[in-house]
Design a protein around this ligand. Sequence first.
Ligand code: G3P
Length: 217
Amino acid sequence: MKFFIDTANLDQIKEAQDLGILDGVTTNPSLMAKEGITGHDNIMKHYVNICNIVDGDVSAEVISTDFEGMVREGEALADLHEQIVVKLPMIKDGIKACKYFTDKGIKTNLTLVFSAGQALLAAKAGATYVSPFIGRLDDISTDGLNLIAEIRMIYDNYGFETEILAASIRHTMHVIDCAKLGADVMTGPLSSITGLLKHPLTDIGLEKFLADYNKGN
Ligand code: G3P
């Protein structure tokens, strides 16, 4: 399972990268705005800064909603750095743009996916990643994890190579449940990754080992 961090915060990206287990980064316009990164030039520079910290794929989202605009923006984003993945919204022109970039050998991430049918279309268009938003489904009393299971079954039935990127992950149990269901990638906040470290018995056990070692010294 690949671990992506879902943030535009450079300190948090560095912290996850330093752990040695980070495979990539996802961002979106809201996450950029949260860090105070606004304006086209600043956003473009920020993507390059992120790429310079991590080794893996960095999803950069277009804001156009028409095919021509998505192609123009996506090409500019892909030109920024070889690690950039063009993130496209799950709408009709997003699917068309996905096929366009697939044919050009440019990686894509279809975002704002909330149904198995949308995920099937993303795979048909050759998306590198599909991003089902599990937390936002949970928010409206709909089982986000069930969507991961449905997409896994459909992709396995036909051998689609699109990777299931479980997004809108909010906590550690989402990560573990997605791993059980066979999601290829998780993306979530730093806390959803570092939270996996925690167990009180680890802390108690370590404290005792150190205390026992020190008895002889
Ligand atoms: O990766 C998608 C993510 O950015 C959305 O997360 O927590 O805003 O639903 P959230």
